[in-house]
Design a binder for this molecule. Structure first.
Ligand SMILES: [Zn+2]
Length: 131
């Protein structure tokens, strides 16, 4: 019943995206900072942020919102990719990760095989690496 009402209300509206999640996290961070410091400028800024986030969620202007998110993803994409790679590395206990000494390409080798010869799949350089 309530879910239906929300679904009806949200029909034709933009909803959530990566930029909104980022803004909401930023809002929380600023608000916590405000609680810690008591500096009212931070509270004001956090209200503006959450207001903008809600405005984006409820907006019916898909093209504008999608454009904003695309710009955001263009800026934040490399950083988000880097975070994803870091997390994958931490979880992967089977491989050792390192960079190619000649071109900087990320490479991985299976762990526990002793010293092995690695050939970079990007530039073709060969070198010894402990695994
Ligand atoms: Zn290389």
């Amino acid at each position: 019943m309530i879910r239906n009402a929300i679904a009806r209300f949200m029909y034709g509206r933009y909803g959530n995206d990566q930029l909104n999640i980022f803004l909401a996290v930023l809002y929380l961070a600023l608000y916590i900072l405000y609680l810690l410091t008591g500096w009212e400028g931070l509270a004001l800024l956090s209200y503006v942020l959450i207001g903008y986030t809600i405005f984006r969620t409820l907006s019916r202007n898909y093209d504008r919102r999608r454009g904003e998110n695309a710009k955001f993803m263009k800026l934040a994409g490399p950083f988000l990719g880097w975070c994803r790679l870091r997390r994958a590395m931490r979880r992967d206990k089977e491989h050792r990760y390192f960079k190619c000494p000649s071109c900087g390409q990320h490479l991985r080798v299976p762990r526990g095989k002793g010293t092995i010869t690695v050939t970079c799949r990007s530039c073709g350089a060969s070198f010894q690496e402990k695994s």
